[in-house]
Design a protein around this ligand. Structure first.
Ligand code: UDP
Length: 457
C-alpha cells in the first residue's frame, strides 16, 4: 500500500458473488492508493475477515431468514434486502460519521465518500441527510445498465405472444438484444422490478459519479450515451481483476485440485464449464450437458455448485455408467479458482452463462466462449460475445447433448473455431492495453482517484 492519504472510503456491496468481487477489487485498488477502507456488509454472504486484513469490515443484520437466503429469486431477495437493511445501515453509517473526539482523530478518519452498489436504493436520502458524497458502482456492462431502464416499457408491451417470425428481430430500445432475449429476460419479472429500476435510475442520477468494471474498448457507445443521459462523471476503470489477480472475495472455497489436473492436460485442449453463482438448471439439463461433454471427447473441467441442480443435492442424478465415462475425460468440482483456471494454458474454451465478471475474465485471458445465458444481463453479454465481438458461439438455449457436442467440436476442431480464437486474441490485446499506463481504463481510474480526493475537499 502507498502511504496513507488520510482519507477513508466506505464501500457497501450487494451480497451476491458477482457484485462482491468488483467491489472488493475496487477496495483493493483504492487501498493501494492510500485510502483506508471500510466495508459495510450484510450477514448473508459476508466476506471472510481473514481474507481482508487491511480493511475494516462492519456487519449489519439483514433480517433474511434461513429459507430466504436459499431463494433463487434474486429480485425478491434484493427487494427484501432493501427493505430490511435500511435502518441497520443508517445506524452503522451514522455511528461512523459521528465526530471523532480529538482533532488528530478527525484528521485520521476523514471520510471521503460512500461507494455503494447500484442495487442499494435507500442510500440516496440517507447520504444526503448526512452530507456524505455518494458514488455508485454497477457490476454489469454499461450497455446493460443503460438499456435495462427500457424494461418497464418493454414489460408493458410484452403481453402479446411472440410470433416465430419475430424471434430474431432486434430490440431498438435495448440493443443488441433480440426479441426472444427480452422475452426470456422478462419471463419471471414483475411490476416490482419496474419500481425498483426507477429507484435505481433516480439514485444514480443524483450521485456524484458512476463506476463500471468495463472500458471504452468494450463499451464505447454506451459509455458516451450514459454520460449524456446521467450528466454525472462516469468511470470505466476496466476489468479490475487484472490489477489484483487472486480472488480473495470468493464466498465458496475453490477446489485447488483443478490446477494440478489442468497441468496434466494438453495446451488449449480443455473446455471449462461454469454457470456462475446464481444460475440453476433442471435434472434433465444436467444430464444433457453431461452427455454432450462426454460425447465431445474433449477434456473438460465442470463446475456444478451444491444446490445448482433443482431438486437434487449435487450430481447424484447422473447414472453410474455416464459418470464412469465422464471421469475418464474430465473433472467435476463444486467451485473452481476461476481466474486461475481461465489463465491456464490447458484451457481452450469456456461454456459459460455469460455473467459480466466471467465474460470479462474470459476476454482478458483470450478464451473463446460457448454462450448459454439464463438470466438478466447474461443475454446481452452473450449477444456482444457472439454478434458484436464475434469471439464465441451461441447455443441459443438448446441444452441438448448433440448441440453441445457439435458446438464444442466446432470451437476446438474446425476452421471457424480457429477464426474465433484469433479474434479473441485481438480483443484481449485491446483490453490489456486499456488497463496499462495511459490506456483508457488506466486514465479513468486516475480520474476516479482524483475525483474521490476532491469530493472530500
Ligand atoms: N467464480 C469462481 N469460481 C467458480 C465460478 C465462478 O471464482 O467456480 C467467480 C468468477 O470468477 C466471477 C464470479 O464468480 O468473478 C461470478 O460472477 P459473474 O458476474 O460471472 O456471474 P454471477 O455469479 O453473478 O452470475
Amino acid at each position: 500500500m502507498e502511504k496513507s492519504n488520510g482519507l477513508q472510503v466506505i464501500l457497501f456491496p450487494l451480497p451476491l458473488q458477482g457484485c462482491i468481487n468488483p467491489m472488493i477489487q475496487l477496495a483493493k485498488i483504492l487501498h493501494s492508493r492510500g485510502f483506508s477502507i471500510t466495508v459495510i456488509h450484510t450477514c448473508f454472504n459476508a466476506p471472510r475477515a481473514s481474507s481482508h486484513p487491511f480493511f475494516k469490515l462492519l456487519q449489519i443484520p439483514d433480517g433474511l431468514s434461513e429459507i430466504e437466503t436459499r431463494s433463487h429469486d434474486v429480485n425478491l431477495m434484493l427487494t427484501l434486502l432493501n427493505e430490511r437493511c435500511e435502518s441497520p445501515f443508517r445506524d452503522c453509517l451514522t455511528k461512523l460519521l459521528q465526530a471523532p473526539d480529538s482533532e488528530t482523530e478527525r484528521k485520521k478518519q476523514m471520510i471521503s465518500c460512500l461507494i455503494h452498489d447500484s442495487g442499494w436504493t435507500f442510500t440516496e436520502p440517507l447520504a444526503k441527510s448526512l452530507n456524505l458524497p455518494r458514488l455508485v458502482l454497477n457490476a454489469t456492462k454499461a450497455s446493460f445498465f443503460r438499456g435495462h431502464f427500457a424494461l418497464p416499457q418493454l414489460h408493458r408491451e410484452r403481453h402479446l405472444p411472440l410470433q416465430d417470425s419475430e424471434q430474431e428481430d432486434p430490440v431498438r430500445e435495448f440493443p443488441p438484444l433480440r426479441k426472444k432475449d427480452v422475452y426470456r429476460l422478462l419471463d419471471e419479472e414483475s411490476e416490482v422490478l419496474d419500481a425498483y429500476l426507477n429507484r435505481i435510475y433516480d439514485a444514480t442520477k443524483s450521485s456524484s459519479g458512476l463506476i463500471f468494471m468495463s472500458c471504452e474498448e468494450l463499451d464505447q457507445e454506451s459509455l458516451t450515451q450514459t454520460r449524456q443521459d446521467f450528466q454525472i462523471p462516469v468511470f470505466a476503470i476496466g476489468p479490475s481483476h487484472t490489477r489484483f489477480p487472486a480472488s480473495s472475495s470468493s464466498l465458496l472455497a475453490p477446489d485447488e485440485t483443478c490446477i494440478p489436473w489442468l497441468d496434466k492436460q494438453e495446451d488449449r485442449s480443455v473446455i471449462y464449464v461454469s454457470f456462475g453463482s446464481l444460475v440453476t438448471i433442471s435434472e434433465s439439463e444436467l444430464l444433457e450437458i453431461a452427455w454432450g461433454l462426454s460425447n465431445s471427447d474433449q477434456p473438460f473441467l465442470w463446475v456444478v455448485r451444491v444446490g445448482m441442480v433443482n431438486g437434487i443435492k449435487w450430481i447424484e442424478a447422473i447414472p453410474e455408467e455416464v459418470m464412469e465415462m465422464l471421469n475418464k475425460n474430465g473433472k467435476i468440482v463444486k467451485w473452481a479458482p476461476q481466474q486461475e483456471v481461465l489463465k491456464h494454458q490447458a484451457i481452450g474454451g469456456y461454456l459459460t452463462h455469460n455473467g459480466w465478471n466471467s465474460t470479462v475474465e474470459s476476454v482478458c485471458e483470450g478464451v473463446p466462449m460457448i454462450c448459454l445465458p439464463f438470466i438478466w444481463d447474461q443475454f446481452l453479454n452473450a449477444r456482444f460475445v457472439c454478434d458484436i465481438w464475434r469471439v464465441g458461439l451461441h447455443l441459443e438455449n438448446r441444452i441438448e447433448r448433440n448441440e453441445i457436442e457439435g458446438t464444442i467440436r466446432i470451437l476446438f476442431l474446425e476452421a471457424k473455431g480457429e477464426v474465433i480464437r484469433e479474434r479473441i486474441e485481438l480483443l484481449k490485446e485491446k483490453v490489456g492495453t486499456s488497463v496499462k499506463q495511459n490506456g483508457s481504463a488506466y486514465q479513468c481510474l486516475e480520474s476516479l482517484v482524483d475525483h474521490i480526493f476532491h469530493l472530500s475537499s
